[in-house]
Design a protein around this ligand. Structure first.
Ligand SMILES: Nc1nc2c(c(=O)[nH]1)N[C@H]1C(S)=C(S)[C@@H](COP(=O)(O)O)O[C@H]1N2
Ligand SMILES: [Mo]
Length: 186
């Protein structure tokens, strides 16, 4: 009897400890309550994952490299361009920037040229710098046809994507766990 009860009680204790620590087994990427706060001018909109999935989607390719040379991808990417999202809060005025942030405090600012697809550094697959083709800054919710995992920065992650495959962009702009996007005029 005790030989059974001992391990079972120990397992229960571990499960309780994990639950207390917030490790309930539901990664943020599957959190149905995740939402995005969009701010522009005097307007604010809060969008659910379902709202975002219902918007006109961009589909293309994404491939990133970290400052230490780690490659992320190549991915097929599905998401909503920043320009499309910004229309929900009055659009992006000439010279406007888009500030993208996450609950860990990370913030990345896209200047107005980048919001419109230029002004980036790009590389080929061998990390040789190339003239960048037109790029699209996307709030991505799918990589390779599936929801983006928490580990990969989901459920919402910035991707700087291209129509053709094999274009590598800088990972620092690929904001993970995005929960706030703000249009600002400097
Ligand atoms: N929210 C958030 N997004 C982030 C970061 C971060 O620290 N927090 N790091 C950035 C940087 S510098 C890189 S290179 C890529 C990949 O970082 P990782 O290797 O830590 O996943 O994510 C980017 N997005
Ligand atoms: Mo990085």
């Amino acid at each position: 009897m005790n030989a059974f009860f001992g391990p079972a009680a120990a397992c229960l204790l571990i499960l309780c400890a994990l639950a207390a620590a917030g490790c309930t087994g539901t990664p943020a990427s599957e959190d149905p309550a995740w939402n995005l706060t969009l701010v522009g001018g005097n307007e604010t909109a809060v969008l659910s994952m379902a709202d975002i999935r219902a918007m006109p989607a961009w589909e293309g390719n994404g491939y990133a490299v970290s400052t230490t040379g780690i490659m992320y991808g190549p991915y097929t990417v599905k998401g909503v361009p920043l320009t499309t999202l910004a229309e929900q809060v009055g659009g992006i005025p000439a010279g406007g920037q888009v500030w993208v942030s996450a609950p860990d405090g990370y913030l990345w600012v896209f200047d107005d040229d980048q919001v419109h697809g230029t002004g980036f550094v790009a590389f080929d697959e061998n990390l040789k710098e190339i003239d960048q083709p037109p790029l699209t800054v996307v709030l991505a919710y799918e990589f390779n046809g599936t929801a983006i995992t928490d580990e990969d920065g989901g459920p919402l992650r910035i991707a700087v994507g291209s129509d053709e495959p094999g274009v590598v962009t800088e990972g620092s702009s690929w904001v993970k766990w995005v929960d706030r996007i703000e249009v600002r005029t400097p």
